[in-house]
Design a binder for this molecule. Sequence first.
Ligand code: GLN
Length: 535
Amino acid sequence: MSKFIFVTGGVVSSLGKGIASASIGKLLEARGLKVTMIKCDPYINVDPGTMNPFQHGEVYVTDDGAETDLDLGHYERFTNAKVGRDNNITTGKIYYSVITKERRGDYLGKTVQIIPHITDEIKKDIRKIAHDHDVDVTIVEIGGTVGDIESLPFLEAIRQMRWELGTHYALNIHVTLLPFLKSAGEHKTKPTQHSVGRLREIGIVPDILLCRTEKTITKEQKDKIALFCSVDKEAVIEAIDVKYIYEVPVMFKGEGLDDLILAKLNIRSEDKGLKEWNDVVVKRIKAPSKQVKIAVVGKYITLPDAYKSIYEALMHGGIANDARVVINKVDSEDIEGGDINKFLKDSQGILIPGGFGTRGIEGKIKAVQYARENKIPYFGICLGMQVATIEFARNVCSLKTANSTEFDKETKDPVISLLEEQRHVKNMGATMRLGAYPCKLMKGTNSFSAYKKESISERHRHRYEFNNKYKKEFEKEGMVFSGENTKENLVEIVEIKDHPWFVGCQFHPEFKSKPDRAHPLFAQFIGAALNHKPA
Ligand code: GLN
């Protein structure tokens, strides 16, 4: 039977609870345990698929086609846990299910209430994942900050679970902040005391405190926090700021967090250590021998979370090539009005990520043209692949008004058009072409040499596709269709022959990249970029 770790956060948001949870997962795997991870999100959207990246950050897509919270990306990057649809529980999903049951008559005669019906539904879903994944430990991260009205049903559910499971089967970890006040010259513990106080008011007693801090805390301060928060002295863990997120598991291990968790959960297990992670990931990230400058041209560049997996995968490509990846974030709308040279001239590689809607599209097309003509390695992902074909149509095949029907419904040359299955879609939620689909690679191409195999599977999230009507004409002009879904007859990857490295893929490779196993396309892209010397 799985044991459970519940992770809550207090004082402020953006404390890195997702990274902390993923790092705990990594630590436990290093102790020979099998884990799965769950994110509970207290919003009423059923999933984040209909939210703008400015609202929510990246939407992370799983193999089974769920649009989920970006923390699931951290879980997959740090651990071997295979996460899917069920690993992201939202308020919307829970209510949807309870209300459906109510209409069906499952609760006939009863008043349906938050307690017990909503909380029971949450507990049922959490237990189901633990059971289905057949793991030693299930880590459950509760989104939001303690004190929020929204997250109360989730907190009540985990309170009940802890009570039902008993001490050695469940553990509460609270991530909190210890601000350092310069004027006072010391850390302040009061916000943490208040946060723990709020938790205790609703019946949750933290077993371990992870104290986020900029500066080292002393033994005396830890003891003081322990005393006022009623936790064991050794259970006050310093979570000091580190430069790279992949250092967090190593930092936690240094604090003895794995021993502490195992002791509290009464688990005896081997210790494989984190040597490999340290050697392959942390050391290389901290002191690479080379450096490469990559431009990411998008429209959500002011928000670091909007392209989370892209930035991480670029970093993984850097690790694979022993290079530091310096990312130049370029707003495609700025390119539209300005001198493109100013934004892209020293880039060794240009990447255009996925996206939706017309805003900034012409700037992206200009960036593709710049990469193609100046022979700068280009990596287009989803929308980035689509704009690459639009650019090719307009400037190589002389189809001057070519476009995607997403941006111009009446275009004479719809080189990108709506997928057949999308034509009658009315509901916007979870109706894109989502999740893993197979793709067959053509030998002798960049894609084949990256993957080193013919059959691959990658994750998708799109409604539009390349229009096969234009295939022959494009091929004649030097475009190579190096990856295809042969069953559905869909173009998955395009390349350009007379170019050092120009690859556009309809799928999202960034979701499957890991720090110690860089995605082959990202590794190859960074390799090609390292060979490019800007004029
Ligand atoms: N908007 C495009 C489509 O729906 C691209 C989607 C994406 O980049 N994820 O097909």
